[in-house]
Design a protein around this ligand. Sequence first.
Ligand code: ADP
Length: 361
Amino acid sequence: MPINKPRGMALRLSTSDHAHSSDDNAMSDTGSLAVGGFNIGRHGITQSPLSVGEISSLRLDQLHLGHKLGRGNSSRVYLASHLPTGKPVAIKILQPSSDSSTAESVRLALNEVRTVFQARSDHLVSFYDAFHHEGSLHLVLEYMDAGSLENLFSTMVRANEMIPEAAVGQLLWQMLQGLIYLHREKRAVHRDLKPANVLLNASGFVKLSDFGISRSLDETQALAATYCGTAQYMAPERLSESGVYGYPSDVWSLGLITLEGLVGRYPYARSSNHFDLVNSVVNGPPPTEDADVRRVLSPDLWDLLNTALAKAPHERPDATQMARHSFMQRLHAMPFDLAVFIRRSVDLQQQQSSEPLSLEM
Ligand code: ADP
């Protein structure tokens, strides 16, 4: 099965703002979008408030749209081919909407642009450029050819297979690297960590995506009132009335995602009622206290996740402390090839699905 490997792809990002032609710089009256120091036009980002000042050499007319990869809260995501190089990219198109959420959606997407524009981490999905086209915002992103952790989890459940501890450990390790970068370098809270926002590729890389609602910490409270994401992976403090949340809330989400991978199901009792779920998370015991959970997990891994899922945010370790936990020492001594495991799960998913996940352009 041929698998595209987006790592090292030649979608060059120029380090000079001379990369754009004078034509590109004269976009202001042709439908470009100027928000928060950014100017995003038909030809991509022509002005950015960010100090690195990198401007892509991509052009929208050089991208050939392929099939839909997924659908998010506010967007559709497509596979596309960059015609000059034949390399795959993902295009996230912010859906135009006639209602009042449009301005908020654009604001969130621009925030994604801000956060990812300067990101330099192997564990965050790379961002190539943004375009304003036919009234919607197009974000051009690194294509992750093995889908999301949500896909992987459901594939393994359907195959009736547990995910090995070494695989979950490596997933956790890589997610932590992304989180450490976000928290320490970008001073940003992800806010919407869930299996659908953790993307994988066939080379064995695990990357956090969907920074649509991440924001630097000092602005946290301003957004808390306006955004309502998926409750399932949200920390108790975020779901409770106080609504106060920060870096430890991301640690909770990562702990819950990891626990789900290990036990093969969402760790709380599934409820169709939003209020029951919120009540269990806010008022119930942490999911690590479940006797079945204790039985499945090795003691050191249980200890790590038990602290990450402490109800009180100040009792949780930060992402760096988690990466230094004794479980990680043991993990690094385990021989396990995550890339092989991920590729096998994609094969399994293809077998299971009548609509195969295409890994080809
Ligand atoms: P939203 O921010 O609107 O919620 P997401 O960014 O979560 O949208 O994307 C929705 C889905 O699209 C993801 O769960 C994933 O399946 C797919 N997807 C998103 N980005 C990529 C990418 N870079 N490569 C491959 N698939 C992607």
